[in-house]
Write a protein that binds this ligand. Structure first.
Ligand code: ADP
Length: 273
């Protein structure tokens, strides 16, 4: 009968509605758990430098300030921890903006060679300090890609800084661009190092926020544990690929794809000489 059909229809409707509600609850629970975890991680990360600063100041106040040999040393240590907090805050703000989608990529046509040379030049002093050879392979001057200039710069900075930090004495870092075999419309940008490498079991985990293979090495080098999480987010926002290949004790290659712009016709701007 018609009445039966109607009842049947209503029951099906309400089952569908309750499934939608259930899915929505699951989604909100996931976000809530994620937030709790994030706050827990942050508190944990903040504790170490804050306790250290507290300790140094207390020692100074308890008399160490009178000793000229000690007071400068303690102030310097406190300062180093203040700097850590500064880096951490900067990276946290960046990642939270990326994760909430507040930071939109501003996609433009950019000359890839200019961005790479700019980053490498700005990190040359760090490489020199660690006695690491930092070099760039030949890149075509007019290679134009479509991406957010600042974000790609950030990705390159994070990858090259890591390649320097996790290197070995007399090691080297090479940055270059090559065709991407899977797709002719894209290129592959790579940062290759001769460093300590990453064990296979950790490769998938290094892009998790605050995951580090060796906590004390990362902290000692001023790491926040957020660099690769930021890189992964930026590449996802660009709809591009990100790859990690590594052999422990031999080195690692971090690479990502970018989409080329056809600029065989006249260009509005020209690459730098
Ligand atoms: P961090 O601030 O600790 O460097 P990242 O998110 O940039 O944080 O990297 C996470 C971890 O991945 C590092 O602590 C390190 O253990 C590992 N890692 C990153 N880059 C390299 C590299 N080039 N060689 C070896 N290990 C690396």
């Amino acid at each position: 009968t018609g009445g039966h059909d109607e009842l049947d229809y209503l029951i099906k409707q309400s089952i569908r509605a309750s499934k939608t509600v259930e899915r929505e609850i699951q989604r909100l629970n996931r976000i809530e758990n994620y937030r709790k975890e994030f706050i827990g991680d942050i508190s944990h990360e903040l504790k170490t430098p804050i306790f250290a600063i507290q300790g140094f100041i207390e020692t100074l106040l308890n008399g160490a300030i009178e000793d000229d040999n000690v007071n400068r040393k303690f102030l310097k240590k406190a300062m180093r921890n203040v700097n850590r907090l500064t880096f951490l805050t900067k990276d946290l703000m960046e990642i939270s903006k990326l994760e909430t989608g507040e930071l939109k990529s501003e996609i433009q046509d950019i000359y890839l060679r200019d961005v790479i040379l700019d980053v490498v030049e700005s990190l040359q002093y760090k490489a020199n300090k660690e006695e690491i050879k930092l070099q760039v392979e030949e890149i075509p001057k007019n290679l134009l890609v479509t991406a957010d200039h600042n974000q790609i710069k950030q990705v390159l900075i994070n990858l090259v800084e890591n390649a320097i930090k996790y290197n070995k004495p007399d090691g080297s870092v090479t940055v270059g661009v090559k065709p991407y075999s899977q797709d002719e419309s894209r290129v592959l940008v790579y940062v290759e190092d001769t460093g300590i490498g990453i064990n296979q079991q950790y490769i998938d985990r290094v892009t998790e926020r605050f995951f580090r293979v060796d906590k004390s090495r990362s902290r000692g080098k001023g790491g926040t544990g957020l660099g690769l999480a930021i890189v992964k987010h930026i590449m996802e926002a660009h709809d591009e690929e990100f790859f990690i290949e590594s052999t422990p004790n031999v080195g690692s290659t971090f690479s990502f794809t970018l989409t080329k712009v056809d600029n065989s016709g006249p260009a509005a701007t020209s690459p730098k000489e």
